[in-house]
Design a protein around this ligand. Structure first.
Ligand code: BGC
Length: 475
């Protein structure tokens, strides 16, 4: 049923500038046509994938769990590095976690190099010191209502020689799983960050299966994240084979496209990443000449090809635009729907050497694309080289809106409206008969979006003499 307002109107009165994370629907007859036209345009741009209704197993424990891991942040450059490694050395205080929660993230991903703290074979006993440090981060997050994803990061000995190091891999996971067995349902484990080298997807399939079996001995209900090879590449998903009867597995992928934009200036990937000043979206007004690449000692032909396209191709097909990840993320979603496993994009991001506005543009575009597809994400990173914040605030300033835009409202029919937000977010809908102070808002519903667009029908609308709605995102 679609209730109708007596005054026959429901245009949007958008007060986003006044109150972040809130949207309002009001009742001004004369604005009706213009605002509806505007809203129709908005809704076209965020059209959800048609296959959304045909997910084979949409209500598995993993699908339920995935809604707790929709908007995350990576706590990089701390526990994934050995003491004394210049790339590490960051620490995360209670203030960081307060801010992470206040900004609107719902989970943290904690990278840990457990293998650096494992003793000799056969037990590979992990020292208490790393558990103490990891526990501090885990507790800080859980105590604030943030879900936690704990991984195994940079285990290069394993990825170089998986067979030779399988026992250590199992031993690490047996200990880590036992240590965290009593944690709540919003605590999850991720088996391996960015498998690469000899740790191909097919090599990993049986190792993952056995690791999952071992973890299940102490953690029968734990959500486990598993990713394909080639650095958690989306293109490897079709090779991933997971234990069929285990329905609490989330598949995690990484997406750093467009790489020569996101990694420009990255010292650890030189010389291919030496060209800075790459904009998003391309093409640039001033093309980057090939001689600049030669001067930086770049030799790979594919880098030259990339810049050739970047210099001239229109934005819709420019390699430094959403063209670089749109189809890829869609493929991940299609795979997810087909096999009935939720997808989480555990890392994406842009190094701080990129132009500030381009970083904001990039984060907004990729976040929009993931949320339109209903994919959970965890941005790399909180306050290191790819940072969300710097000196205690989002940086650049547009970063917050790029990652946490206010909900968009639309009235597809009189008496009902559409909330375009992101799956996993909860919204409170309130109603008031008048906007004259003091405003008397009555909360009429709180709903969590399970898809990026939700239709809300006010069943009591016909009994009202008109009024205004407010929609607030409950962080
Ligand atoms: C690595 C980081 C790196 C990031 C982006 C992560 O998986 O652990 O060291 O900065 O990817 O390349």
């Amino acid at each position: 049923m679609t209730p109708t307002f007596k005054n026959n109107s429901l245009p949007a009165d958008d007060r986003r500038a006044v109150a972040r994370n809130q949207c309002w629907l009001g009742k001004k007859f004369n604005l009706l046509v213009a605002l509806f036209a505007l809203n129709a345009a908005i809704s076209r741009t965020i059209a959800a994938p048609a296959a959304a209704e045909s997910i084979p197993s949409r209500d598995t424990p993993a699908h339920v769990a995935a809604l707790r891991f929709m908007r995350g942040i990576n706590l990089g450059n701390d526990l994934e590095y050995a003491a004394g490694n210049g790339a590490g050395g960051l620490t995360y205080s209670a203030a960081d976690f307060d801010l992470i929660r206040a900004e609107g993230f719902d989970h943290v991903r904690i990278p840990v190099a457990w293998h650096l703290y494992a003793g000799p074979a056969p037990n590979f006993t992990i020292t208490n010191s790393i558990f103490t440090r990891a526990d501090a981060l885990v507790n800080n997050a859980l105590n604030r209502g943030l879900a936690v994803l704990l991984d195994l990061h940079h285990f290069n000995e394993f990825t170089a020689k998986p067979t030779a190091n399988t026992n250590e891999f199992y031993a690490i996971w047996k200990q880590v799983a036992a240590h965290y067995a009593s944690r709540p349902a919003n605590f999850a484990l991720e088996l391996l960050n960015e498998p690469n080298d000899a740790a191909t997807t097919t090599v990993l399939n049986p190792i993952y299966a056995e690791t999952i079996r071992l973890i299940r001995l102490t953690n029968p209900g734990r959500t486990i994240f598993v990713g394909p090879g080639e650095f958690n590449s989306i293109d490897q998903l079709s090779f991933l084979s997971l234990p069929k009867t285990d329905l609490n597995l989330i598949v995690t992928v990484h997406c750093y496209d467009p790489y020569y934009f996101t990694h420009q200036g990255a010292e650890w990937a030189l010389p291919d990443t030496a060209i800075t000043g790459v904009l998003f979206p391309g093409p640039p007004t001033l093309p980057i000449p090939a001689t600049d690449l030669t001067q930086k000692k770049i030799t790979h032909t594919w880098v030259f090809d990339w810049f050739k396209d970047y210099n001239v191709k229109p934005t819709s097909v420019n390699p430094s635009s959403s063209f670089a990840f749109r189809a890829k993320l869609q493929r991940a979603k299609t795979w997810s729907d087909r096999v009935g496993r939720p997808i989480h994009v555990g890392e994406f991001g842009c190094y701080e050497k990129a132009d500030a506005q381009s970083r904001v543009n990039f984060y907004r575009e990729i976040r929009t694309q993931m949320e339109t597809l209903g994919l959970g994400w965890a941005m790399w990173d909180w306050k290191a080289g790819f940072h969300y914040i710097k000196n205690g605030r989002p940086e650049p300033a547009g970063m917050r809106d790029a990652m946490f835009p206010p909900p968009v409202l639309n009235s597809p029919a009189l008496g009902s409206f559409e909330i375009q937000g992101a799956a996993g977010k909860s919204y409170r809908v309130s109603r008031t008969p008048s906007l004259s102070a003091p405003i008397d808002w009555t909360a009429i519903a709180t709903q969590m979006l399970t898809a990026p667009v939700m239709i809300f029908n006010d069943v009591d609308a016909t009994n009202q003499a008109g009024g205004y709605y407010r929609v607030e995102w409950l962080k």
